[in-house]
Write a protein that binds this ligand. Sequence first.
Ligand SMILES: [Zn+2]
Length: 365
Amino acid sequence: MKDYLKEIVDLTSDAQINPGWAGHSRNVNTIKSISIHHDASVRPHDYDSIARYRQEANYHTQTLGPGLQYHYKIDNVGQIFKTRPHETWLYVVGSNENTSTIAICLDGYFHPPHNQIPTREQYEALGQLLIKLCEQSPEFSATYPDVRPHRDFSSTACPGDRLAPWVFAIQSKADVLNIPAEAVYDWPEYQPQPAPIIPKPVDAVTSPTYDDLYRVYLNGKQIAAYKNVQGAYTKVYDNPGAIVTFKGQTITVPPKPEPIEEPDIPQPIPSGAPVSSPEPVTDVPAPNPTPTPSEAAGEAAGEGSKEVVRTALIGGVSYLISLGLNYLTGLPENETTVILTLVLKGIDKYIHENPNIKLKGISPL
Ligand SMILES: [Zn+2]
C-alpha cells in the first residue's frame, strides 16, 4: 500500500480555501471527534482536485461561512489535502459539536441517485489519516470510537449509504484498515508495482564454450572437434564424405590445396672439399685430372657399349610404338613415323631436363 501520508498537500495557504476567520479559533485539546463526509458531488475519473475544492469553498463561503468547511479532503487517487488547520472550527456537522470535531471529506456522491463507491485509494488514504489522527496526535483525545459519520451528528444523508456503515463500524485500527471488497482502484497505474523479478546474472563466460569448436562428422557421427578450422579441413580430407559444422552450421570445405613443390636448390660445393657427387650436373662430364690408364680405358669401353644398347633400345621401342600406333589409329606408316619422332624428341628432352633419371645405358641425345 502506498504511503499516502508522505504526499499530503497543504492548501492552508490558499486564501480561497482557508481564509482567516476571526472567532473560529480553538485549542486543539478541545477536539473530541473526527467526522467523515462526502461532498455529494459526482466524482469523475479525472479532474482537477484543487479547482473542485475552491469551487466548494466558494459555495461554503456563500452558504455557511468563510472558506472550505472541511479540515481534510481526499480525492479519487487518495491524495490527501490539508485544507484547514485543526485550530479552526468549522460549520460542518450542523450541531454544537462543530467546535470539537475534525472534518474529513471524500470526493464523491455516495448515496442515491449516484451511489458512487469510495475508491480503494480513498479508503487506504482515509485509513492512514485516521491512524495518524487517532494514534499519533497526543494533542487531542479523539480516537477510533470517536470517528463518526456526519449523519451521526445531525439529520443528513452524509456521508452516503455507501460509506456511512463502514464509518459506524470503526472501533479500532483494524477497522480502518478493513477496506470493503467493492472498493477498487480508480488509478491502479499509480499504485506501487511489484518489484520485477530480475534473473540472476549468469557468470561471465571466461573460456570458449564447446559450441566454439569446429566439429567433424562422418556418417552422422562426430569423429573430431577442432578449435581451428584448418584442423577440421585436414580431418575432412583424410575422411572423404565427412562434413564440418560450427555452431550448428555446416561449413563448405574448400578443395584440398596442392602441395607446394620445393624447387631444387643447387648445393654449393665447399672449396677444398673433395668432389664426391656421382651425379653429373652438366652434359660435359667432369674431367678427371689424373686418370689412370686402366680407368680411362674402362670409361671408353663403357661409353661404347652404352651407345650400342641405347641405339638398340631406341630402335626396338620405335618399332613397337610404330606397330602400336598403326594398330590403334590406322594411320599410314609415314605419319606414325612423324609422331614417333616427336615422341622420341620428347623423351630426349625429358632426359636432358632430368639428369637424375636412371634410364640404364641411355644418355641424352
Ligand atoms: Zn457531511
